[in-house]
Design a protein around this ligand. Structure first.
Ligand code: GNR
Ligand code: NI
Length: 173
């Protein structure tokens, strides 16, 4: 397995819309393994293929404290979304930036497993937040898109400064 590079905002490749996965082959299994290793190496609770410059409908998650509940969602589709909940979000592609985002509090999802078989799941709380965040990545959308233009400009400035000075400091908007 390998740790992959993560694209960061405002890289235009984060805006590419992912295409459905059609081949459940060895190359796909390798990508899943690499995304798993990358997510754990970066201490993320989720990772979308878009973030590692693979524009396919694939995301991985592990919401557990113990980091042993690895989940894969391929070609995910929401079957329902209800309620609303605000949560402070962060993103490996927008490092050091945290902001409150409002999303559905309970969702249904139909997706495929690494072997191509289908499953249905109901998610709520932080699980639902994370899956919606990852599914947004697959559509080329980032959590900072929900902020005001002024705050988004602050994010851009913050990340430019981080790049110049080498990765320190966090900001909550
Ligand atoms: O690691 C992550 N934490 C997080 C916290 C609140 C809401 C969403 C997330 S997802 C993020 C990893 C990431 O960027 N996935 O795309
Ligand atoms: Ni993210």
């Amino acid at each position: 397995m390998a740790i992959l590079d993560i694209l960061s905002f405002p890289d235009p490749r984060l805006r590419i819309e992912a295409s459905p996965v059609v081949a459940f082959d060895a190359a796909l299994q390798r990508l899943i393994g690499d995304m798993k290793e990358t997510m754990y190496a970066e201490s993320g609770i989720g990772l979308a293929a878009t973030q590692v410059n693979e524009h396919r409908q694939l995301l991985v998650m592990d919401m557990s404290e113990t980091r042993d509940q690895f989940r894969v969602f391929i070609n995910p589709e929401l079957t329902f979304a209800s309620g609303s909940e605000t949560c402070e979000e962060g993103c490996l592609s927008v490092p050091g930036v945290y902001a409150e985002v409002s999303r559905a509090s309970e969702i249904g999802v139909r997706a495929q497993n690494p072997d191509g078989s289908y499953f249905d799941a109901t998610l709520k709380g932080l699980d639902a937040v994370c899956l919606q965040h990852e599914m947004d990545h697959l559509k080329g959308k980032l959590f900072v898109d929900y902020l005001s233009p002024l705050k988004r400009m602050m994010v851009r400035k913050k990340l430019e400064k981080r790049k110049r000075k080498g990765g320190e400091g966090a900001v909550t908007l």
